[in-house]
Design a protein around this ligand. Structure first.
Ligand code: SAM
Ligand code: SF4
Length: 371
């Protein structure tokens, strides 16, 4: 069963509470950061992100065009958005990604454009992305073990992600961050991952696994039911117990560093964190070229300082990753009604939840929301 989307209409009258002012939500938080899923398609099928068969296919007409995304960003910039991250799905499988970045670069008020990718297409595209005006890239890499990488991504090879990291560095993207989602039952070699920061000037960030799209009633459990190839990692029973708290991870890395005769991680000095540090906390091995960061979305909520909104590939504004409440802006964008788009945006911003509750799962997969 395809996950359903619960949308709020953004109808007239829905925003009586109203925002406190442009760029400020109903709780007084400044809203300056927009994450956009430019597509929900992907050339990988990571076990914690989407089902083996991919997300249910949608027609071209049901998805926002590059022009509509740019139009949306123009309006959002007038409402206080200064920083945009392009994600998905895999943003580099979208043939319109380079012209889209070029167009976003021209929008007054947009100061920072970044992209999250699995890296596979970066060696081919890094030059064009840089020329178009992309500032920064994050590359996802959960393990250096080739067999485990294949099992996690189902379709990928570890050499692709590593070549993507090297392409990002050689094309002068700065900073280059490496995202590693840690899942308890996968038993990844996190010390090995942290060591990537020794020689390369990269920022390795460990992200706590989030049970997005793995609701017990829907999501993975339903989508992935049935026989899979022998040895396939089957996430249907995953839940919050697969989250490894950042503190535990850091202790594990320190213990392995000590066993290897290395000094422990030290808190990165003031100003030592990479640009766009967001909710991550950064550490560094003595004399390392890069840093090690931890994003504790599960064990340490950062709702009080959350400055972000999301736009899905099918045109819904999502104020909170963990809440299925969405504000459909697709029709207003397609109709070219900028006033209505701005109204729906303000409605969504003013209803951004103060904090999220215990996270049990969501209706949409991460690849559909734009992780
Ligand atoms: N395809 C791109 C990539 O993999 O980097 C961009 C989209 S992906 C959904 C964005 C980020 O979300 C990736 O770093 C991915 O590892 C992370 N992610 C996906 N599912 C997750 C989950 N259930 N818990 C935590 N992070 C997740
Ligand atoms: Fe694709 Fe990224 Fe999801 Fe992996 S995490 S399936 S690469 S969208």
């Amino acid at each position: 069963m395809a996950p359903s989307v619960s949308s709020r209409a953004g109808a007239p009258g829905a925003s009586e509470a109203g925002p406190r002012g442009a760029g400020v939500d109903g709780c007084g938080r400044g809203i300056s950061y927009l994450r956009i899923a430019v597509t929900d398609k992907c050339n990988f099928r990571c076990v914690y992100c989407m089902p083996a068969e991919g997300v249910p296919p949608r027609s071209h007409e049901e998805m926002l065009s590059a022009e509509e995304i740019a139009r949306f960003v123009r309006i959002a910039a007038r409402e206080g958005i200064a920083s945009v991250r392009l994600t998905g799905g895999e943003p580099l499988v979208s043939h319109r990604i380079v012209p889209l970045i070029r167009e976003l670069r021209e929008i007054p008020g947009i100061e920072d454009i970044s992209l999250t990718t699995n890296g596979a297409l970066l060696p081919r595209m890094a030059g064009a992305l840089k020329d178009a005006g992309l500032d920064r890239v994050n590359i996802s890499l959960d393990t250096l073990d080739p067999v485990q990488f294949g099992a996690i991504t189902r379709l990928g090879r570890v050499e692709q992600a590593l070549a993507g990291i090297d392409a990002a560095l050689s094309h002068g993207f700065h900073p280059v961050k490496v995202n590693c989602v840690v899942v308890r039952r996968l038993q990844q070699d996190v010390f090995g991952m942290a060591r990537l920061s020794l020689e390369r000037p990269v920022h390795v960030r460990f992200i706590e696994y989030m049970p997005i799209g793995s609701d017990e009633e829907r999501g993975f459990r339903a989508a992935d039911a049935g026989e899979g190839p022998a040895g396939e990692l089957r996430p249907e029973a995953w839940d919050a117990s697969d989250t490894v708290p950042s503190r535990e991870l850091r202790e594990r890395i320190d213990a392995e560093a000590a066993a290897a005769g290395m000094g422990p991680l030290e808190a990165a000095a003031e100003g030592g964190a990479p640009a766009g540090a967001g909710p991550a906390r950064y550490w560094r091995f003595p004399d390392a070229a890069g840093t090690v960061g931890f994003i504790s979305a599960m064990s340490n909520h950062f709702c009080a300082s959350c400055n972000r909104m999301r736009l899905t590939a099918d045109g819904a504004i999502r104020p909170c990753l963990f809440s299925d409440a969405e504000y459909r802006v697709f029709d207003a964008l397609r109709a070219g009604d900028d006033d209505a788009v701005a109204r729906i945006w303000r409605d969504a911003v003013s209803h951004k939840p103060r904090e999220h509750e215990v996270i049990k799962g969501t209706e949409r997969f991460m690849s559909q929301i734009g992780g």
